[in-house]
Design a protein around this ligand. Sequence first.
Ligand code: GLN
Length: 247
Amino acid sequence: MPEALRVCALYPDLMNIYADRGNLIVLERRCSWRGIGFELSSSGLGEQLDPDAHDLFYIGGGQDRDQRLCAEDLLESKSSALHAAAERGAIVLGVCGGYQLLGHSYAIGEELIPGLGLIDAVTVREEGPRLIGNVAIEVSLEDDADARPRVLAGFENHGGRTHLGAGQEALGRVLKGHGNDGRSGLEGARRANTIGTYLHGPLLPKNAWFADWLIARALGRDSSELSPLEDELEQQAHLGARRAAGV
Ligand code: GLN
């Protein structure tokens, strides 16, 4: 196993609402409790990105205004590095606003905010209320230590509706909540190791099993190879989030 999980947070100052920072802390703790090193770096506006220097790239949620700034910068200074990283199997995880930027575009009225095109999806700010509330989805991840479908629970708050391209796999099926667009019953998107989801929560403190799946996958391992942890509190947090969503 490599000595450390190398994580790069993209725009941690701008793309970080609903305590998305907690996701990074969970990755750090779960590595350190197992004696796996953890290196956190960040890349902000105008900063270059080395596609080979990180195992997991993280981009959190953001306001439309901040997404605009980041979208411009992503295309100018980080797009080819992120495509190269995804190509070699690094994890790229986008939450909410970050998820929207992984797709082709985010349309707000006449304005089109361009995205990275790492997943085949477009997001549109349509008429209608924001999609807000507790949410639970069912996901099946092929090399999960527990091969059954599992639940991710969290909280969503987005004005944009995301529509997946015909061949684009969703991350999961909505059990409770709105998901991508409030209609399709689909939530998030996944293409190999690029994953987008509307679940804040923050996502990983409420779904420790998914943090482990990400850690293992980023290190090129199977989750069953990670030593088990004392997860009493994490389990309570997960069950609490599920209860909040009514699942
Ligand atoms: N600004 C985006 C939207 O409203 C994303 C919001 C978020 O990250 N919570 O759709």
